[in-house]
Design a protein around this ligand. Sequence first.
Ligand SMILES: Cc1cc2nc3c(=O)[nH]c(=O)nc-3n(C[C@H](O)[C@H](O)[C@H](O)COP(=O)(O)OP(=O)(O)OC[C@H]3O[C@@H](n4cnc5c(N)ncnc54)[C@H](O)[C@@H]3O)c2cc1C
Length: 369
Amino acid sequence: MGTRKCKAPPPTLGRAGTKKELPEHFRDYRHVWVFMELERGQVHPVSFELLGEGRRLADQLGVQLAGVVLGPPGDSTMHAVAEAFAYDADLVYLVEKSLLTDYRNEPFTKALTDLVLTYKPEILLLGATTLGRDLAGSVATTLLTGLTADCTGLDVDADGSLAATRPTFGGSLLCTIYTLNCRPQMATVRPRVMRMPERSTKPIGRVIRHDLAMCEQEIVTKVVGFLSDGQSENANLAYADVVVAGGLGLGAAENLELLKNLARTIGGDYGCSRPLVQKGWMPVDRQIGQTGKTIRPKLYIAAGISGAVQHRVGVEGADLIVAINTDPNAPIFDFANIGVVADAVSFLPALTDVFIRRLAPRNRMRLVN
Ligand SMILES: Cc1cc2nc3c(=O)[nH]c(=O)nc-3n(C[C@H](O)[C@H](O)[C@H](O)COP(=O)(O)OP(=O)(O)OC[C@H]3O[C@@H](n4cnc5c(N)ncnc54)[C@H](O)[C@@H]3O)c2cc1C
């Protein structure tokens, strides 16, 4: 079953398409904001993807694009400010306070809601990361506004409303959601769903500083340290150029070594379909698809994966999809660029051997000569 788009006309449009007036006070809300996610000194790349998308929406609306940076005083926060301009923000709202060193819900929610209440953006975008999901939910609840989570498409409608599209009914339908009665219109987008825009050398522009009237005693959570769960191995699948993934067709947990060997040989990362996570064969941060990671590699090799729509939505952005499946009618062959009808358990080691031979230094010399 494919994914169908179900787009009803927005209720702000009359039956003949004539516009109903938006509430007068909505005019106070202007500009598009992108929350710059900064965690332990690093800007999350989803912030740049959202600046690219925010730029497009701001240009359509004829308004400005702003980055929002919340962090401790210091180099990493100022680096995030500079990066927002490098990815085409017109201005940056900045709250610098040591309370904002590590992410905690209360100070970040207060800083962001204070900024929104003061400067009134019409659209506020955040990454659908662990941090972004937590923050977006509490900010929307505090502001009593609407939030569309995990969007796969954003657009501006005829009346200037944000049309936020996301999968629904288990991924079999796409629905477009409008925030009609409140402002700002908030949306989260998962990493890699939007394209990474070009980085420019644009210098730092206008920075609007805002205070955070809060002290440590008012915050109930304290960060005492960071622990690894010992399982997740810091998978950064979303940004890998080459990904090899396996599904139930691999038959047994020990066959996952075949995937890992191929991924190692070609300098890629590895992932899986959801049933493998449910069986406990792989950690959840290796799951690809609607409820896992979205990936945009140059090469995606799927072994023993049927290609259900919930998996497909996570891999459609790949440049080249190679599918290995015993069933010539498997849905994955509908969207793969190269299809191999074969038993993945014997095909994967054979493919790995070919790569090992091709990538051997002697052969590389021959190619260069
Ligand atoms: C709300 C919701 C969210 C979901 N989110 C996700 C998600 O994020 N990611 C995800 O992946 N799924 C997700 N799913 C599950 C999804 O619907 C499918 O059930 C799942 O993707 C199927 O996984 P699979 O292809 O590994 O297994 P199967 O559908 O069982 O397919 C196995 C495939 O392997 C082939 N095969 C068998 N033996 C071999 C062999 N020896 N060599 C090669 N091929 C072989 C078979 O022909 C078959 O095509 C979600 C489902 C729901 C309802």
